[in-house]
Design a protein around this ligand. Structure first.
Ligand code: NAD
Length: 498
């Protein structure tokens, strides 16, 4: 059987790329080649932007109810195909089926939210800002918006972007991760099936050349990016230097603080799930546990809890998580584990020799736990993006807060405690954008926004929620006076409205 080639979506048509550069899309548990993905040619990228630009002319005039109804139909189709999408997602990303379902579901929730676009995009009105003068604001779409997405949430993150952007009246060009493009492609096909007019959504595949062409194109006023810090900084600097609107969600190092008054079993379960779930390949994964005071006595039991989590293939219902996305990612994590050991950290649980029966070629790493780690070690400084947890020990909540605030990242954090006062102090003083109180992975639902801080986010307006609507629209403020009769009020040379 010949390996399928992933098509592009341009102007409402699935097209085969003319590119001669193709890379394999593999199942990370077996290395089986599922498809080959082409890196779109410059002419194809140009056609994608131009299709989006011409579709924008009529879409921006489409009534808001019609735009919302497209999202309602899309939401229904996504729900109908939920498990099928999750199965595809699990095979190309390596996630377990249950985790893949969560990835799809968290995306569907954003589509549901986009159905409220009329209320979300409402402007404001003040009557009589001066005598018989009213002032009101309206929101209008920007044009062709671009989304560049990472491998680790191939359903949720594209769905953070194009549904809301399009519901707001924009058109969109998506450049999904070249490592798992089958899921975003399926999402795009279902969007067409929901009745999206041609040109609303295009999908082009590729790597940095395609990204840079979209980033530097004169007809793409808004860029949404999610991925690593190095690329995020490049996207943000390049886009904003061209006066574009950019939101760039980047890497993370998320800490969970464990107070001695917390429920021990809750802590152990939360830490095991939040650190190695999805093989640690989540931007909100907990990668550092900060034990305060005598809670450090629980570290041996944490080791036992982690040792019980077993990686496995996507269709193994007992698997706690799957393989890493590719052999290079595995090599990188192995190198960091080795560096940790050489720097003197104590490896309490070592997953480097992990084997999974029946899957000799998978990119496996078992749960790994370090203690005696210092802030200058690379395992603490760098985002590992693997199933590796670091246990740090401090004497007070103040020390925990100072340590976390000194870390350059600010995506997510959590505190486990029975004390309202400790939780309140933590939520107030911590310089991290998403805080969980006895909740290990505090990803906000779409009525809020995904609000990473510091090195985890470059930009002003975050993903989904009201902030995304602001990101994808321009506000126009109108000051209006209507004359009931012809009258002569004289020339006014001041700036005051009278
Ligand atoms: P990545 O930065 O390698 O790739 C992201 C996207 O950028 C892909 O579409 C890729 O093709 C493109 N890209 C890669 N190199 C590029 C270059 N040099 N120039 C232009 N474009 C380039 O990230 P990844 O490995 O796919 O995803 C993992 C990273 O994403 C982690 O760092 C993780 O923390 C981060 N992430 C962050 C969030 C968040 O909300 N903060 C969410 C998910 C993932």
């Amino acid at each position: 059987m010949t390996t399928p080639i992933v098509p592009l979506l341009i102007g409402g048509e699935l097209v085969q790329s003319a590119s001669t550069t193709l890379i394999p899309v593999t199942n990370p548990a077996t290395q089986e080649i599922l498809a080959r993905v082409p890196f779109a040619t410059a002419a194809e990228v140009e056609r994608a932007v131009s299709a989006a630009k011409s579709a924008f002319e009529s879409w921006k005039e489409t009534p808001v109810g019609e735009r919302a109804r497209l999202m309602l139909r899309y939401q229904a189709l996504l729900k109908e195909h939920h498990d099928e999408i999750a199965e595809l997602l699990a095979q190309e990303s390596g996630k377990t089926f249950e985790d893949a379902k969560g990835d799809v579901w968290r995306g569907i929730e954003v589509v549901e939210h986009a159905c409220n676009v009329a209320s979300l995009g409402m402007g404001e009105t003040v009557e009589n800002v001066a005598r018989k003068i009213d002032c009101y604001s309206i929101t209008q779409p920007l044009g062709v918006c671009v989304g560049i997405t990472p491998f680790n949430f191939p359903a949720m993150i594209p769905l953070w972007m194009f549904p809301l952007a399009i519901a707001c009246g924009n058109t969109f060009v998506l450049k999904p991760s070249e490592q798992d493009p089958l899921t975003p492609m399926r999402l795009a096909q279902l969007f067409q099936q929901a009745g999206a007019p041609a040109g609303l959504l295009q999908v082009v595949h590729g790597g940095k050349e395609v990204v840079n062409q979209l980033l530097n194109h004169p007809d793409t006023p808004a860029i949404s990016f999610v991925g690593s810090v190095a690329v995020g900084e490049h996207i943000y600097r390049t886009g904003t230097a061209q006066m574009k609107r950019v939101q760039a969600f980047a890497g993370a190092k998320n800490h969970m603080v464990v107070m001695p008054d917390a429920s021990k079993n809750q802590v152990l379960n939360a830490l095991a799930g939040a650190s190695v779930g999805a093989a640690g390949q989540r931007c909100m994964a907990i990668s550092v546990a900060v034990f305060v005071g005598r809670s450090r006595d629980w570290i041996p039991e944490l080791r036992d809890a982690l040792a019980k989590v077993r990686p496995g293939a996507w269709n193994d219902p007992a698997a706690g998580y799957g393989p890493l996305i590719n052999p290079q990612a595995k090599e990188r994590v192995l190198r960091l584990i080795q560096e940790g050991k050489e720097a003197g950290a104590e490896c309490l649980l070592d997953g480097t020799e992990c084997v999974v029966d029946g899957y000799p070629d998978g990119n496996w790493i078992g749960p790994t736990l370090f203690r005696q780690v210092t802030p200058e070690m690379s395992i603490y400084r760098e985002e590992i993006f693997g199933p590796v947890l670091i246990a740090l020990e401090v004497d007070s909540l103040e020390q925990a807060i100072a340590l976390i605030n000194a870390n350059p990242y600010g995506n997510g954090t959590s505190i486990f405690t029975a004390s309202g006062a400790a939780a309140r102090k933590y939520q107030h003083e911590i310089k991290v954008g998403q805080v969980g109180i006895n909740v290990p992975v505090p990803v906000p639902l779409p009525m809020f926004s995904f609000t990473g801080w510091r090195k985890s986010f470059y930009g002003d307006q975050h993903a989904y929620g009201k902030q995304a609507v602001r990101f994808y629209t321009e506000t126009k403020t109108v000051t209006a006076r209507w004359f009931e009769e012809d009258s002569d009020t004289g020339v006014n040379t001041t700036i005051q409205l009278k």
